[in-house]
Write a protein that binds this ligand. Sequence first.
Ligand code: AMP
Ligand code: MG
Length: 371
Amino acid sequence: MTKVWTVNPQQVEAADSELQEAARLIREGKRVAFPTETVYGLGADARNAEAIAGIFTAKGRPADNPLIVHLAHRSQISDLTDRLDETSCRLMDAFWPGPLTLVLPAKPGAVAASVTAGLPTVAVRVPDHPVALRLIEAAGCPVAAPSANRSGRPSPTRAAHVLADLDGRIDGIVDGGPTGVGVESTVVEVVDGVVHVLRPGGVSAEQLRRVASRVLVRGELSAARSGSGDSAQQSASEWQAEEEAPPKSPGMKYTHYAPQGRLTVVSGEAADRISAWISGELRRAKEKGERTGVLTFDEHRTLYSSKADVIVSVGSIHSPESMARHLYDSLRSFDEEKVTVIFAEAIEEQGIGLAVMNRLLKAAGNRVMFV
Ligand code: AMP
Ligand code: MG
């Protein structure tokens, strides 16, 4: 049985008994999903190996994909690491609480070995959500929390998404309404003062550059165009720094966020060429009896009227924030409509748009068409 507690994030004080009960379950080694400002997380006591094993089982997550540890207060970081470099500290000052995860040298034994997938490092963040902070504080332990979806599925931005994937497989869900940012945290590792972006996310490269002088990040579309995929050797050549290979983030090699239909991302300079190409493909797919879908923007919706069975907009083309917020919900809605073939317009890799393109390309298994 999965218990659901409904909590108004604006009035967490009023939900003290619900959050205490959820926190008690975490302390007892159970698994509880909760909202963060990025997506819903599936939380368990990071020190409890059995509880963590339960997370991997519930999600069907590969054991070599480590988990992010969530703290209520920055001061708790000394429980997890005893080596903090100056750049990491500056990043924490600037972005915590918030959607930035830092990969740091792990204190041996601080968390269960399965949390770090046996790596000598641990990924940590302090989320910026009143429900998450209150729950973690009440649990009184570091809380490992990957996204609360079945592995490979789009991450959950609403409690209903969590239930759709994990009802009966986890002990509870704190329903705090829809999440804000909509894509996961940015994962970074600082090596010799250089900030390596291992996974783009809620904090953009532009924001990081305001705080750290050297930030290395890979362009998603350029990597896809050169066919580098996720192979470490090839992707290294795509990095803007020539000399050093990027540190690795084990989870980035997996196909993620995928809807059930076959998704293709379409990129190009001219909007009319993109819509013309997609329209041709939609016609061909329909002739083959496919149920078709398009992922587009408010401004482009009418270009596909009567051409696709399902047209979903992620918001205005001028608002990458809105695209991030609606991306996973949109991908899930194609499944609800039983769409079998989907075309998605690429967006600019500016700001949070880089994270959106990263997730979209993964959802498409890197299937991208340049027109
Ligand atoms: P998720 O929990 O689904 O948001 O995924 C967590 C992400 O953080 C994955 O891409 C992991 O590979 C990455 N991650 C977690 N711990 C580490 C670590 N110690 N070193 C590098 N990447 C990590
Ligand atoms: Mg995830």
